[in-house]
Design a protein around this ligand. Sequence first.
Ligand SMILES: NC(=O)c1ccc[n+]([C@@H]2O[C@H](COP(=O)([O-])OP(=O)(O)OC[C@H]3O[C@@H](n4cnc5c(N)ncnc54)[C@H](O)[C@@H]3O)[C@@H](O)[C@H]2O)c1
Length: 334
Amino acid sequence: MNSTRRLDHMRVMVTGGAGYIGAHTSRLLADRGDYVLVVDDLVTGSADRIPGIPVVSFNLANGSSARLESLMREHRIDAVIHFAAQKQVGESVEKPAWYYEQNVGSVAQLLMAMQQAEVHKLVFSSSAAVYGEASGTITEDAVARPINPYGATKLAAEQLISASALSWPLRAASLRYFNVGGAGRPELGDTQTLNLIPICFEQIAAHKSPLIFGNDYDTVDGTCVRDYVHVSDVADAHLAVLDALPDEPGNEVLNIGTGVGTSVREMVDAILAVSGSDLIAEVRERRRGDPAAVVGAVDRMKELTGWSATMSVADIVESAWESRQYFAALAQRS
Ligand SMILES: NC(=O)c1ccc[n+]([C@@H]2O[C@H](COP(=O)([O-])OP(=O)(O)OC[C@H]3O[C@@H](n4cnc5c(N)ncnc54)[C@H](O)[C@@H]3O)[C@@H](O)[C@H]2O)c1
């Protein structure tokens, strides 16, 4: 990859651009003068997150390639960032076929449209879930062995992108995000309760102790260690990658994290402190399949694009808390 910044404004289709990470990224692109067209079924996303950015609303998973192709031609799209996906691990275990249809089907439709419309740049939202039970500081060369259908759909989509780059001049990158949190603005926070931070906030709001699963791991304080990265940093990473896609066809696989681990205990303490709660975390048995430590090696991303995360765990927790307060006030008013 070359790390020189691009000279011209781009015209970017952002699928899932009304969602949590997609809205942060769409706004960043629009702020720097790029043209943004969002395609989103608005099931978990909301057009309110991206005022002034055009949104076309449909589901990508089935039979959408002709419609995508004509949008790409009509809007003279240069590049695609593909966020649209289902992301609930538990649900993926319940409905594996539907997860493949949604997450891999969408990528297939998109790639057919891109090939036809001769759009050759793609940035894809993958996930550290592809690494499965790998533990420690994980490089992109680690064996990818997902342990749930959600992670498997991300790996299958990466493979489909790599195969496409062998058959036509596709210049792609698959970004494996670690634990994304925080909010760039209160109204852009994650409204789904799927990760440690929102789950703890929900417990605290219900006057229940936040739960820690296992305190006998081989880590600093015995609780699991994870790599938390601020959503604004993640959004910025997409712009850096888009600007630095190599000239040759291929699929660059890149970890998006901080390279620094934070224990669940440290995170829960920070969450309790920011919320002013005097509750005490409760320790439960380990959960099956939880690796001791999962931290992203981030050198490849830095080397290829110059990007590295700038925001701290405190920034993540504080901005997530402000966002939660914002949505709580909004719910009270309505
Ligand atoms: N949030 C995280 O911690 C995290 C971590 C790793 C990977 N990811 C990946 O990042 C991407 C974005 O995640 P997010 O947290 O912003 O999720 P999100 O649910 O907030 O955003 C996804 C958006 O895509 C839309 N969408 C979903 N499926 C669609 C489809 N088939 N057709 C059209 N629109 C569709 C939704 O309505 C939503 O607006 C996903 O691919 C997710 O798997 C997220």
